[in-house]
Design a protein around this ligand. Structure first.
Ligand code: HEC
Ligand code: HEC
Length: 218
């Protein structure tokens, strides 16, 4: 009799507690639609917690959200940026995002970080255009030399003319760093201090250092 009671208690416990409910089922990465979770899982490793910047540029920036715009950001998530560490999240990659997840990210970034647009950000251009390296050299001396040294090899801030660095980043990234700064590292934004053309010129001058590459296998 006691055995039978014990057995029924065990069966009851197994049936009632052992079975996970629908809510306990782990959410697969491709099903996550919450913006904070998506950004933390897929982007913050490189762009910092809540987009505050880390190995790569901060995205928690109303000027960035406004000037780059939603379609550029969407395109970057889908395609990544060729020859850089910014990955593509298309379905055929190792870290796919569904269309709904990409929308959740783009809308979430814009709603959470779009905020008020600083006056200097109105009417500015995001995309890099071909600049004049000669003019860029002069502008670098005026705007950048105080921290990066007159030849860009570094002073209170590091070198920005190292060939291996310049090969790691895209022209657009250099333009973005000058436009928006990396305030979390002490690199100011220059969009409020200079015009779009001058920024392209400075990037053109920086890129003249890209060829000083000493790897014989390259
Ligand atoms: C007030 C000082 C200051 C000025 C002025 C300044 N920078 Fe910087 N910059 C920094 C600091 C600090 C960093 C962070 C890394 C380091 O210490 O080198 C940085 C980083 C950078 C980086 C690397 C960013 C990255 O994420 O890879 C670039 C490129 C750069 N600066 C370009 C420029 C250019 C071009 C100008 C002029 C338009 C300029 N900087 C003016 C302080 C400055
Ligand atoms: C493995 C690191 C890594 C991950 C993960 C990553 N990024 Fe990036 N991202 C980068 C790098 C590096 C760049 C700059 C590439 C270059 O040189 O142009 C970049 C550039 C960008 C830019 C453009 C910045 C500019 O140059 O103006 C956006 C927007 C962006 N990433 C959004 C995202 C979003 C959204 C996610 C998550 C879905 C994400 N990234 C995940 C590394 C990463």
């Amino acid at each position: 009799m006691i055995k039978t009671i014990l057995l029924s208690v065990c069966i009851f416990l197994l049936l009632s507690c052992g079975k996970p409910s629908v809510d306990d089922r782990p959410i697969r990465p491709i099903e996550v639609l919450n913006f904070d979770t998506l950004f933390a899982q897929r982007c913050s490793g490189c762009h910092g917690n809540e987009g505050a910047g880390s190995a790569s540029i901060a995205l928690h920036d109303s000027a960035f959200m406004h000037i780059a715009g939603k379609s550029t950001i969407r395109d970057l998530i889908v395609n990544g940026r060729k020859n850089t560490l910014m990955p593509s999240f298309q379905s055929n990659t190792g870290n796919p995002l569904s269309d709904a997840q990409i929308d959740a990210l783009v809308i979430g970034m814009s709603e959470n970080w779009g905020g008020e647009i600083p006056p200097w950000a109105e009417g500015r251009r995001y995309e890099i255009q071909k600049g004049d390296a000669g003019r860029g050299r002069g502008a670098f001396a005026d705007l950048c030399a105080s921290c990066h040294g007159p030849d860009g090899t570094g002073a209170v801030a590091g070198s920005v003319v190292n060939a291996s660095y310049l090969r790691l980043v895209s022209e657009q990234y250099l333009r973005s760093v000058i436009l928006f700064g990396r305030p979390e590292l002490g690199m100011p934004n220059f969009a409020c201090k200079t015009d779009d053309k001058t920024i392209d010129d400075i990037v053109a001058w920086l890129l003249t250092h890209k060829e000083n590459w000493s790897n014989a296998n390259d």
